[in-house]
Design a protein around this ligand. Sequence first.
Ligand code: DGT
Ligand code: CA
Ligand code: CA
Ligand code: ZN
Length: 582
Amino acid sequence: MDKDQVAAVLQEIGVLLELKGENPFKTRAYANAARTLEGLTEPLEAIVAADRLGEIKGIGEALQQKIQELVTTGRLKYHADLKASLPAGLIDMLSVSGLGPKKVKALHEQLGIDSIDALEAACKEGRVAGLPGFGAKSQAKILEGIQFRRQYASRHLLSTALAAAEPIAEALREHPAVIRCSIAGSLRRWRETIGDVDFLASSKIPSAVIDFFTSQEGILSVLAKGETKASVILPGGIQADLRVVSDVEFPSALAYFTGSKEHNIVMRQRAIQRGLRLNEYGLFRSQEETRDPALRVTCRTEEEIYEALELDFIPPELREDRGEIEVAEKGALPRLIEWTDLRGSLHNHSNWSDGRHSLEDIAAHAGELGLEYWAITDHSKSSFQANGLDAARLRRQIGEIADLNRQLEDVGNEVRLLAGTEVDILKERLDFDDDLLAELDVVVASLHVAGSDEADNTRRLIRAANNPQVHMLGHLTGRLLLEREPYKVDIRAVIEACAETGTWLELNCNPYRLDLDWRWWSFAKEKGVKCVINPDAHRREHAGFLRLGAGVARKGWLTKADVLNALPLAKLQKELARKRSL
Ligand code: DGT
Ligand code: CA
Ligand code: CA
Ligand code: ZN
């Protein structure tokens, strides 16, 4: 255990003792010791190894023993026993914002409350307000805290976290005391769901940056506030951490807090193999743990850290310890796609089925965005709940799209709508006949009503891939992140069938889907299956999902050449004709 981990355990012991009603001197001694350890500039391991714990002010003999046990074994019997001696629910209650050990103890002793659920019930019945030292206001605050806790205990969609975080990162960058600022953690790595948002900033006046961060408008609560770090709950219930470091530490801190943890571990080992040490404070010429400025290898940016370790710069999306370091070592990382490479979308809905906007509005919006093409792939007739089109309506829509394209051409607007469908994959056939599908520019086939049998779902998808009129399979697993599990399907077998038939796979970039998952794209690419990044737009503003999708494609190691809707229209049309001409 390092000093921060040891300090956290000591801190917790102090809280648990207070919860037990131990004498305040004893409880304070633990809190003080934790703070002392956090401020150490020398690695704790080294101090313990040299038997010099006694030299640290304010750490008596009993504490020395405990610290030694923690550093050398990673655990502490005293701590475990103490924890076991208290009802687990009391410890949970401490995580409700606004509840400290004294209040939890009072609630337990006077009302017999020993869990968050019991606490919630007592608040709702108004029993907490009557306790001395509580009152109606604090009862309401506790209830609110319980609700927050419920929200932020869970994960959040990438899109939600981005929308919450980007304006804050922007505001921090503009703050006069901030030198550099970045989003870090899973959000910078573009994970599909986010636990908490991590911000990193460098500054000469950390307290000013922390004050600014914790006093932003709309913040629901401040969970912790120290001199160089703070945690808050953002509107919507997302937790966000900010750490402030010196500018010389910024690159290594950014690498460290971007993660992933697994990627960091491999990077650290790589440094050690070169006689160096990499940690959140820097890269050092040292055989042991240190943050000694005299040993620092100058790295002004993250790029320079990778360079010093003889690696190509690894984009954050790839930092998952899935082979990126080996490939970067060979200088063979692909040049990942950028969202500005995308020229259109091949799966979208209009108000002919369950979309919001008319064909005219959609075309106008796509044109404003500078896109070249936008396929209208409304639902087919079996999706009656989504107002799916029957053959007659679809033929009428094909005609209207042709008219609209002529009008666009007449006024010199370069964007074109493509006529298409998102045809349902029914049990034994597709929802439209092949001759009708052949009249369309673009055919997406999707399994909307899957069964519980993996083999059967897989068979239906493979059969759709075998249809020469089907260009691509839509949202392959049907998952809705944080809401619905993917249906059972043998993804590997479907990818192989796509490879054999020249069928493309969609990367559906609706924020709930991000389906096919990023983890599968390397395999698809290896098999030669192309990707189409589709927003599956139901409203104009969903065009913005393209940015999310491109990030997920990057996370899947894809380049511009792997993604069909990075092609200009004429080349795309050639590709659309290819499978049909086989
Ligand atoms: P999340 O918040 O669950 O979506 O995932 P992350 O990756 O953002 O995780 P978080 O917020 O706990 O920590 C941010 C980064 O800090 C993480 O990606 C890597 C680094 N980190 C945190 N704890 C450790 C650790 O124990 N060891 C190492 N090597 N790195 C860590
Ligand atoms: Ca995080
Ligand atoms: Ca975090
Ligand atoms: Zn769909």
